[in-house]
Design a protein around this ligand. Structure first.
Ligand SMILES: [Zn+2]
Length: 359
């Protein structure tokens, strides 16, 4: 029995070493392919003297730092690893093509390995089992990495506004899933570095809505949180404001915003959309406008503002000439309705005190 056991063990060892040999590459032809790739792209090829299966290629390729190596998993399987790190990044806010080109990279790439990125997007890598020797295939992988590493940092810079499109891309191009997850981590980190110290004072200049902590909760995306506009989700632009936000109906002025006495006063007739206001002031408006405004508020689906309307103060100037019906409509939406006599400073929006926007 003992002899039989030893024989079984020996056969396993022999089979094991055969299996290990079988998955080793044909060193000569494969490393020659890499040497040719390195020399045709002016890169440096280095192989370990004691193990020619382990080689690296380094250098500058397509304006990026290029690194390629062969290495061995613990299981003994050889793999090819390629990484590219970008040198120059010029974020252009007017360029809306970053996400389109990013999606194209993922949709056109036909590979079976794993694409990954650093969270700042400045380094992108690819890993595939076995030694890649098909030079055409290798070049296509390298070209994709080169494009990605130039685009990914810009997507991180785009911030929260990139997230809805990244969600769609993650569904269409699964190869980009891990890259997208890391870019989301980058967007989260960036927003926290920029905004966490004073997030409660921040407003989105587009929506005039508060900044807030937002969760990305859209499978298959990684679940992360970041600071951005609670309405549109963008996290690039904000302005600081701590006072009262007043929505003003005043058809005698064309000024949209003014800041006075700690209030940011926004003319609804110029803006025509709702925002995070704390109080309503009707100086002069037609009955049609008041009803349209009240209807917008009544139909507002924004849960945060909706829960506040019932408690909001709505001031109507006594000389606003609103009909009884308009007053009834306002009373229905805002229970705290006040009639105020006009003062010398009638509350009109003033052009010499513009809103202090800091983008
Ligand atoms: Zn917004």
């Amino acid at each position: 029995m003992e002899i039989l056991g030893i024989l079984v063990c020996l056969s396993f060892i022999i089979l094991g070493s055969t299996a290990l040999r079988l998955i080793k590459p044909n060193t000569t032809s494969e490393m020659i392919a890499w040497q040719e790739f390195a020399s045709s792209h002016q890169l440096q090829f280095m192989a370990r003297a004691d193990d020619p299966d382990h080689a690296i290629i380094t250098g500058t390729l397509q304006d990026c730092f290029f690194f390629l190596k062969s290495a061995q998993e613990e299981t003994g399987t050889l793999y090819t690893f390629i990484s590219m790190r970008g040198h120059h990044f010029n974020f252009d806010e007017t360029n809306r093509d970053y996400l389109r080109v990013f999606a194209q990279c993922g949709e056109m790439l036909r590979v079976k390995g794993i694409l990954e990125a650093d969270s700042d997007g400045k380094r992108v890598s690819y890993k595939e089992s076995g030694i890649i020797t098909d030079s055409e295939y290798l070049v296509s992988v390298v070209n994709t990495l080169s494009s990605l590493v130039k685009i990914c940092p810009n997507i991180v810079d785009l911030g929260g506004e990139a997230i809805p499109e990244l969600h769609q891309i993650a569904i269409r191009a699964k190869i980009l899933q891990k890259v997208i997850d890391e870019l989301l981590v980058g967007i989260s980190k960036n927003s926290k570095q920029r905004w966490s110290a004073n997030v409660l004072k921040l407003w989105c200049p587009h929506c005039l809505a508060h900044y807030d902590q937002r969760w990305v909760n859209q499978p298959p995306l990684k679940r992360v949180n970041y600071f951005g506009c609670r309405k549109c989700g963008q996290s690039r632009h904000s302005f600081e404001f701590e006072g009262k936000m007043v929505v003003v109906l005043d058809d005698e002025t064309s000024i949209e915003q003014s800041q006075q006495d700690g209030e940011l006063r926004v003319n609804w007739q110029q803006r025509r959309s709702l925002f995070d206001f704390d109080e309503i002031e009707i100086i002069r408006a037609t009955d049609e406008d008041v009803e349209r405004f009240a209807m917008q508020v009544g139909n507002d689906t924004d849960k945060v503002q909706k829960s506040r309307y019932g408690e909001m103060r709505c001031v109507v100037l006594a000389n606003s000439q609103l009909s009884e019906n308009s007053m009834r409509v306002l009373k229905r939406v805002f229970s705290k309705l006040e009639i105020r006599e006009p003062q010398s400073n009638s509350g009109h929006l003033s052009s010499n005190e513009p809103a202090n926007k800091s983008l």
